[in-house]
Design a protein around this ligand. Sequence first.
Ligand code: SME
Length: 153
Amino acid sequence: MMIENKHTKYEILLKQGENLIDFELDNSTNICSLLSLLKYELDLFWVGIYVVDGDLLKLGLFQGMTACTKIGIGKGVCGRAAETGKVQIVKDVEKFPGYIACHSETKSEIVLPGIENGKVKFVLDVDSTKADNFDETDELYLSKFCELVIKLV
Ligand code: SME
């Protein structure tokens, strides 16, 4: 995707995401709608959230194939994002020490922490079958999606 196009596409997606949220519906429906929007509009392999519960991340809502259900804080890409509170961009999953391979199809991945009152509440895990699929533009806009999700978790 060209840089300018990518920004424009995400700006439109973000507006669509904001418009999809309907507080007359269950929060889970709204989260599923946001995840579905990302997965199908960005042609992703898997998009989902893992929710922090003590020293574990537990699989929450997702769009895509069944996945690992529990991840220790500090383990894998998701655990690292939860532990550090920092976005993890993994351009080649084979090069990430301790990578947890839920699906062999995934070649690159971005994981963003959803932070409220200084605490990581969940992580948003976004997987692609393409190598090197994510950059700072994805980080910028997917962080904005995390801010939408945080009101619903
Ligand atoms: N690859 C992740 C695990 C979650 S699955 O990709 C859905 C990780 O290393 O934390």
